[in-house]
Design a protein around this ligand. Structure first.
Ligand SMILES: Cc1cc2nc3c(=O)[nH]c(=O)nc-3n(C[C@H](O)[C@H](O)[C@H](O)COP(=O)(O)OP(=O)(O)OC[C@H]3O[C@@H](n4cnc5c(N)ncnc54)[C@H](O)[C@@H]3O)c2cc1C
Ligand code: FES
Length: 243
């Protein structure tokens, strides 16, 4: 379906925030598939960063041809978007002390999640190599701690360093970011016996469960299974995922 771009701004070097009209209400953690134009045949998956009354926001980093084409699109241009796709984060009434942990370009879906969790006690830890983004937006929904690897903003170090300061108060952890970070969060959740959901990334072909491009190794009672990140995920219980 065609959707009209309302905004497409560079919010940090190489990172863009795009808004377009969109009617279907998504769940936090779901994603959309966007036709980026030019000769990019396959649609590209992007997480839903925000949704408000017929308006969707995605935040993306320019990585290759698709996201480069996207960055050149202007207000009033039309894009072909499908979704919302996938299984997002589960929200539980029984958990009140929430820890949200994001790294780099993995943080966008956690903004919409934090918004949906707004009545809870939320600590949000965001980690970046250097330049941070979306901090003010996250601050509306919880107590935000920022870490940077070079110490240019917030605490110097990794998200896992900041997590140690609050982990004893936590009922559930939600995470999204690079694989080594997710693996470290998984280890912490197991050590402290805290339930943990993570959003996993794999390259995608179809986005709807038809091609197996996005297979991810998961633990099963009889050994291992491959699940589809696009359909069974992208959000899984951390204990399921084999890194
Ligand atoms: C469920 C899901 C949600 C995502 N959400 C976001 C988001 O909110 N914001 C965002 O910036 N990116 C997100 N991504 C990653 C995004 O899809 C890729 O960066 C994008 O497809 C790259 O397309 P391209 O044509 O620009 O680059 P390509 O030319 O296809 O690839 C260029 C580089 O990007 C890397 N890349 C390609 N696909 C992926 C991928 N799926 N995951 C990680 N690296 C990839 C390649 O390894 C290569 O180094 C998400 C991916 C998934 C699977
Ligand atoms: S992308 Fe085709 S099955 Fe997941």
């Amino acid at each position: 379906m065609k959707h009209t771009i309302i905004r497409n701004d560079e919010i940090r070097s190489g990172v863009f925030r795009m808004e377009f009209d969109f009617a279907d209400i998504p769940m936090p953690g779901q994603f959309v598939m966007i036709n980026c134009g030019g000769n990019t045949l396959l649609k590209r998956p992007l997480s839903i960063c925000d949704f408000e009354k017929d308006k969707m926001t995605v935040v993306y980093e320019v990585r290759g041809k698709g996201t480069y084409n996207l960055s050149k699109m202007k207000i009033s241009d039309e894009i072909d978007v499908t979704g919302p796709h996938g299984h997002g984060f589960d929200i539980f009434d029984k958990f009140n002390n929430i820890l949200v942990v994001g790294g780099g370009i993995g943080i966008p879906p956690l903004l919409y999640l934090s918004k949906k969790l707004k009545s809870k006690n939320i600590n949000i830890v965001l980690g970046f190599r250097s330049d941070a983004f979306l901090i003010d937006e996250f601050s509306k929904y919880g107590n935000v701690l920022v870490t940077t690897e070079d110490g240019s903003y917030g605490m110097k170090g990794y998200v896992t360093d900041a997590m140690k300061e609050i982990i004893n108060e936590v009922d559930i952890i939600y995470g999204c970011g690079p694989k080594p970070m997710l693996n470290a969060i998984k280890d912490i959740s197991e050590k402290y016996k805290i339930p943990c959901q993570i959003s996993v990334e794999e390259r995608m072909g179809c986005g709807i469960g038809a091609c197996m491009t996005c297979a991810c190794k998961t633990v099963a009672e009889d050994g291992y299974h491959y699940k589809k990140v696009c359909k069974d995920g992208p959000v899984f219980w951390a204990k399921e995922v084999v890194f």
